[in-house]
Design a protein around this ligand. Structure first.
Ligand code: SAM
Length: 163
C-alpha cells in the first residue's frame, strides 16, 4: 500500500541522529510522468514510459561514453520520503519488517536505484525506460550496468581472490 507520511500500527519511528554531511551533489533532475506516489510504479519496468535524466552543468561532459551501454544504473534521492522508520508495515497489516529487508523509499538515506534501458541522448538529457520515481526527483549518479561494464584498467590482485 502506498505510503504518504503516516506511521502505521506495528511500525517504529526513531529519533534520527544528527545528519553527517556526506557532501552529496545532485547532478541532475529526473523527469517522469508521475506526480503522485499513488501513481508511480513500485519498481520500474524496461517497457515502461520514456523518462528523462536532465544533467546539470557542469556535469554534462561526464555523459561522454554513456551511449556505449544498453543498460544504466541510476541512483536518485527519494526526496519526499520520511527517513525515521526502522520497522515498516508495507501491507498495513500490523506485520512489520526491518527497513534493511525492504526496498521501500522510506529509509535513513532515501536512495533509490534502478537498472534502466538507454533509449537515446538529446543534448544534456539521457532518455531511459525503467524508472519508478516522481517527476523532479533529484539525480545522484548514473553508471554503466555492472553486468555490461568491463573495467578499462588491467586486472588487479584482489579481482581474482576468493575466500
Ligand atoms: N527502484 C528503487 C529502489 O528499489 O531502490 C525505488 C523503489 S521505491 C519502492 C519506488 C516508490 O517510491 C514509488 O512507487 C513511489 O511510491 C516512491 N517514490 C518515488 N519517487 C519518490 C520521491 N521523489 N520521494 C519519495 N518517494 C518516492
Amino acid at each position: 500500500m502506498v505510503r504518504e507520511n503516516e506511521v502505521r500500527e506495528g511500525e517504529l519511528a526513531i529519533e534520527l541522529p544528527p545528519a553527517t554531511d556526506a557532501g552529496l551533489i545532485f547532478i541532475g533532475r529526473i523527469r517522469t510522468p508521475w506526480t503522485s506516489r499513488l501513481e508511480a510504479p513500485r519498481q520500474g519496468r524496461q517497457d515502461g514510459p520514456i523518462c528523462r535524466l536532465e544533467i546539470f552543468e557542469p556535469f554534462v561532459p561526464a555523459m561522454k561514453g554513456v551511449e556505449l551501454y544498453g543498460n544504466l544504473e541510476v541512483l536518485y534521492w527519494l526526496d519526499k520520503s520520511r527517513r525515521d522508520l526502522v520497522l515498516q508495515s508495507p501491507k498495513n497489516d500490523r506485520q512489520a519488517r526491518g527497513t534493511f529487508s525492504l526496498r521501500s523509499p522510506v529509509r535513513p538515506n532515501p536512495i533509490g536505484t534502478s537498472i534502466v534501458k538507454l533509449v537515446g541522448i538529446e543534448g544534456n538529457t539521457i532518455l531511459v525506460r525503467g524508472l519508478d520515481c516522481l517527476d523532479g526527483t533529484p539525480l545522484i549518479d548514473v553508471k554503466p550496468d555492472r553486468c555490461q561494464f568491463t573495467p578499462l584498467a588491467p586486472p588487479q590482485k584482489g579481482d581474482l581472490e576468493t575466500e
